[in-house]
Design a protein around this ligand. Structure first.
Ligand SMILES: [Ca+2]
Ligand SMILES: [Ca+2]
Ligand SMILES: [Ca+2]
Length: 382
């Protein structure tokens, strides 16, 4: 995949007196947002060689404080004409920082045509009175020209009957060309912190469900640019059973396990292909991962520590997208940071009716902490 050409560089400086909790209003924060632009879209500051990200709304989201269930406390400010912003009254906490998107156009290096793209800044840092400086990790982003996992609804609806069968996975074609679902596999990641997680050439999975058609070459199931693909656990109106659950009767696809004796609804099937697996596609309500791969290759790996089942290995080179979520930011990673460096869904409770969705359709830096937001109301298929 082609790397984004426009990069964003955040220079983070601290000013003022920073004190610890419990005042909860004990830090101030200054920085300058600049864009490192090799395409000439932004007007350069000739002295610095960077273009100030001027007059743009910047948002800081706390990792420790929430204004509502699953909704991080937010602070907002506009950058000035030189890209500088200053915020007062910040509590001691880690923060995610991002700017609003700017729609712009560029001359495509591949086709010579005008492409519409989005650019901005994103980073994270800690207001830490002991260290006195911020985390100056730099992140780049663009809209990924790929098919991505765009939204996952795993937590279950608000209910006391332990109902969570209205789960769904939504895909999105963020590229500017037709993509094909033929033979793609959707997998539930294993819930292990594998000792060689960062050096294995595979990701561990426990389910493999496959779209019909031939992997890599099939063209029977197209997805147009900007189109969403909704895959429901079961494509039916779950609100008939639990009034807070989702109506997924319009889903184009559903996960189906012919070995599980489940109802085959009219929606087309993404089918279990493991002969020793009788369950439907179900993912954990607080920490798990979903892997989308091209379906050209997978194989049986090591045995479970108990029982006779084997983990499935999905070669990393076949993975199109992978998203790990966890309600707890301190959890151990289960998907390699090479595919996903962080967690979606921090602070998102079980049975809250909430989903995780990309900040904007297709927004992908391969760090779900940055890429996803918690949605109070899931948006299946849009
Ligand atoms: Ca099903
Ligand atoms: Ca069906
Ligand atoms: Ca959606």
């Amino acid at each position: 995949m082609r790397k984004p050409i426009i990069t964003s560089l955040l220079l983070i400086l601290f000013a003022g007196c920073i004190e610890k909790m419990p005042t909860q209003k004990d830090g101030s924060f200054s920085y300058r947002a600049v864009v490192m632009d090799t395409l000439g879209i932004f007007e350069m500051d000739t002295l610095s060689g960077y273009a100030p990200f001027r007059n743009r709304l910047i948002t800081l989201e706390s990792e420790s404080y929430f204004s509502d269930i699953g909704q991080p406390k937010k602070f907002r400010a506009l950058t000035d004409n030189n890209g500088f912003v200053h915020l007062e009254g910040l509590a001691y906490s880690g923060y995610l920082l991002y700017s609003e998107f700017v729609d712009t156009v560029r001359l495509s290096p591949e086709t010579g045509e005008l492409d519409s793209i989005k650019v901005g800044c994103i980073s994270n840092f800690t207001v830490d009175p002991d260290a006195g400086t911020g985390n100056d990790t730099l992140y780049t982003y663009s809209i990924s020209p790929n098919l991505v996992i765009n939204e996952i609804y795993y937590a279950g609806p608000v209910n006391e009957a332990f109902y969570f069968y209205d789960q769904f996975v939504e895909l999105y074609n963020a590229s500017n060309k037709t993509m094909y679902l033929d033979g793609l596999i959707l997998c539930r990641a294993s819930q292990l912190n594998h000792p060689q997680l960062e050096t294995n050439d595979f990701v561990q999975a426990i389910y493999v469900f496959q779209f019909p058609g031939t992997p890599l070459t099939g063209t029977e199931y197209p997805v147009e640019p900007g189109e969403f693909v909704l895959v429901a656990a079961d494509a039916l109106d779950h609100s008939q059973l639990i009034d807070t659950a989702l109506d997924l009767s319009d889903a184009g696809w559903e996960f189906y396990n012919p070995l599980g004796g489940e109802v085959d609804n009219p929606a087309r099937n993404v089918t279990n292909i493991l002969p020793d697996r009788t369950t439907d596609f179900m993912i954990n309500l607080s920490h798990n991962g979903v892997i989308l791969a091209d379906g050209s290759e997978w194989y049986y790996g090591e045995f479970y520590t108990s029982g006779s089942k084997q983990y499935i290995h999905i070669p990393i080179h076949t993975v199109i997208d992978a998203v790990e979520y966890s309600s707890n930011s301190e959890s151990s990673k289960q998907i390699t940071a090479r595919l996903d460096a962080g967690f979606a869904g921090i602070g998102l409770p079980k049975y809250s009716g909430m989903s995780v969705e990309r900040r904007a359709p297709g927004f992908d830096t391969n760090n779900s902490r940055l890429d996803f937001v918690n949605r109070e109301n899931p948006t299946p298929g849009w």
